[in-house]
Design a protein around this ligand. Sequence first.
Ligand code: NIG
Ligand code: FE
Length: 420
Amino acid sequence: MTQKPIFIRHANQLITIKDSSTAPLKRQDMNELHIIEDGSVWLENGIIQAVGTDVEVSKLYKNRLAEADIIDATGKIVTPGLVDPHTHLVHAGSRENEFNMRLQGASYMEIMNAGGGIHSTTSATREATHEELFEQSYKRLNQFLLHGVTTVEAKSGYGLAWEHELKQLEVANSLNEKHPIDIVSTFMGAHAVPANYKETPEEFVDLVINEMIPKVAELGLAEFNDVFCERGVFTPEQSKRILEAGVKHGLLAKIHADEIEPYAGAELAAEVGAVSADHLLRVSDEGIQVMAEKNVIGVLLPGTAFFLMADFANGRKMIDAGVPIALSTDSNPGSSPTISLPFIMNLGCLKMGMTPAEVLVATTINAAHAIKRGHEVGSIEQGKKADITIFNVPNFYQLIYHYGMNHTDTVVKAGKLVVQ
Ligand code: NIG
Ligand code: FE
């Protein structure tokens, strides 16, 4: 069935974001939004066909206006569909039992080392069937969509055994097919050392390298390979071998780096040519410098610092040093149980010294580049996918200023109206 075109008209601010399909934005470019007042956009065949002022676009389509579904965006802002480039979407269970422990002073790592944390979600995920995981994750995706997000990266890493890693990756792939949101898959077999390898972690590393990574690549189940490089989890040396094995099999590298302690994770990201290094709460100055030199995107996750009551990553310093920055929820059941990117934007401004313009770039075009989708989504440009969010606020400052509430009004995904 052919779909009707959608014509979004009269946006108070049509925020197109600077067209940068080949590389993420850096430094001053992150702070310069491209905004069209009284802006309009014509969407057809799943693609953005024309962008401009209402006078310009309506002139182009003057003979076809009657054919289109018209959405009046008067008094509202129109942005690219938001992109969340780091989530642990597919999992079972919830960990509110840890909340009280942490409020009484137990640390995230203590809880994990005592068999809770990632291990507790691993048990729940192993017990869940494909259908149960699908259903729970599908509901989370609905919430993402309702908050204006149209593309989500999803990591495995709560299986920690081939059968269950496979199940998680297959669920992510079925979600990609069945849910309007596009899912980009990351293999994260090296998320924790499972209990049965506690005494022989090197054997688990070998298993990930020699068995899991080749199978993931062969079955085409993921595009990225990630590792939790942290003291007590995987060492920089083990992480290097795991990431290099991925690269050898065509899986691009990502890394959970310098989250709890400085551990030269950012340096490793630059060394192995990672697409992104994520977290970076405790990154070193050298790490920042080599990331800037090698154009490694820093994916910052302030929801995690907020929820773990830790010091925030210094986004301001990284942007000023020339690191391209993206923002993400890190949505997961333990360290950041949220799906709200708009709340993350607010934290970016209040806790990491970023400007409202920078946080919008960090959740659109730079987030798209962090998952190698910068050529398709993340800005409102002719020829890109028709992924558009309308927020019911008159300017983009209000999106961030009126925090902790959902301003999403309408979402169009691949040219289809999915939230209204
Ligand atoms: O990015 N740091 C490691 N992994 C996740 C948390 C996973 C969990 O606690 O379940 C993160 O914070
Ligand atoms: Fe994470």
